[in-house]
Design a protein. Structure first.
Length: 171
């Protein structure tokens, strides 16, 4: 099955390492549906799968080589391409190269605290939520957003189409 990606698509993945498991445990504890399946989020910049995501720094890599064989969900916001381009350009200009704000993960232990931000440094899911807000597909409360919340929104909200969900094949 070939996955047809577009500029502006978004994704969540399951990080099987200890940090991903810890993130999922906290998300599960606070989740409304009793499920937390994904622990990382990012945006897709082109049809080849170039990503833009908050790793140790906010940077790019290829979704097919980075996440092959892992569980992912890929969604497409129902926005016009001009809004997507403008939102991605703004996110890239403002956040590219920033160091990952590890301290914010502790704020996510108590969700109301995670809505407070300093220095406009965002964890992966908040960066993705901010992009979606700027593109017009989401409300403006992006701080405090986690990957589980994004995946739930993509499945349930009318502003998104799920392009793929399952184990990601090699590109």
């Amino acid at each position: 099955m070939a996955i047809r990606l577009q500029r502006g698509d978004v994704f969540c993945s399951l990080n099987p390492m200890w940090l991903g498991k810890a993130i999922n445990a906290i998300q599960w504890f606070w989740s409304e549906d009793g499920e937390a399946k994904y622990s990382h989020a990012g945006m897709i910049l082109d049809n080849r799968g170039t990503t833009f995501e908050a790793l140790w720094t906010v940077s790019s890599r290829n979704i097919f080589s980075a996440y092959a064989g892992e569980n992912v969900i890929i969604a497409r916001p129902r926005c016009d391409s001009a809004a997507i381009d403008k939102a991605l350009d703004a996110i890239i200009t403002e956040h590219k190269g920033q160091w990952y704000p590890g301290w914010r993960l502790f704020m996510h232990l108590i969700p109301p605290a995670s809505k407070i931000t300093f220095f406009d440094r965002l964890v992966c899911s908040e960066l993705c939520a901010k992009y979606l807000y700027l593109a017009g597909a989401r409300h403006d409360q992006y701080t405090g957003t986690n990957p589980d919340t994004l995946a739930d929104e993509w499945r349930e909200w009318k502003h998104f189409d799920v392009v793929f969900e399952g184990k990601l094949p090699n590109g």
